[in-house]
Write a protein that binds this ligand. Sequence first.
Ligand code: CIR
Length: 271
Amino acid sequence: MPTPEQSFRFTHAILRRPANSIVDGLRAIDTGTPDIALFREHHAAYQAALAAAGLATTVLEPLEEFPDSVFVEDAALCLPEGAVVLRPGAPSRLGEAVMIAPALREMFGDVRHLPALGDHGHGRIEGGDVLVTDREILVGRSARTNGAGIEALRIAVRDWGYTVRELTTPPDVLHFKTDCGLLDGDTILTTRRLAAGGHLDGYALVPVAEGEEAAANVVRINDVVLMPAGFPSTAETVRDAGYAVVELANSEAAKVDGGMSCLSLRFRGAD
Ligand code: CIR
């Protein structure tokens, strides 16, 4: 059941170290090959920022056979009541869900798998399309997330008291959260193209600066908002709105379409 501030008050995070195979990570546009040493530095700084925000971090070993596995967010959804193993829509990433399940079982008493729906159980859903707010779980249908996947999530979390609302990720945008991030339980930083769909009506919206669309994927963790570095106007906007901002270098993850939210699974552990 959603409770006030549960969408950003966390105690733990799960990360996975980048594999050397990240150079083969999926990307919409080729803007260069990630520099692995620099990616590792950025990843360590990201982990340190989570720790500084008050989280205990568990860092899993790299998985060379899954180039995109550093982006742990896409394989699971963690809620205070338990964890749900998702079904990534990118064929090369489906196995990441199997690989994250043992870590989830160590940390959660209740780990759920999505029910198979329809004749072939073809539900697909990636965590990048899932935004948990203090009121509900928003899920954007995308090239990676389909209606059956969203329906399966709805069934999986129903008895925990969550409402799942299906929205649409804008065309040619990887994930719903590529274009937005939570600032507090009902305030969302968003691109104009996502807001234009009217999907987020009812929430207080803070627009990213024109030309800084890549700044929208932020994560609020306890008292800070983690943002990718290099988007000064949006950083200022978020600060002016009253939030403490931590800017983190993200150039290497960005080459494979990764951002602040994708690099961790954040949750509130049992008290
Ligand atoms: C992919 O295309 O799946 C990865 N290269 C990037 C995943 C980013 N994940 C996220 O936004 N949650």
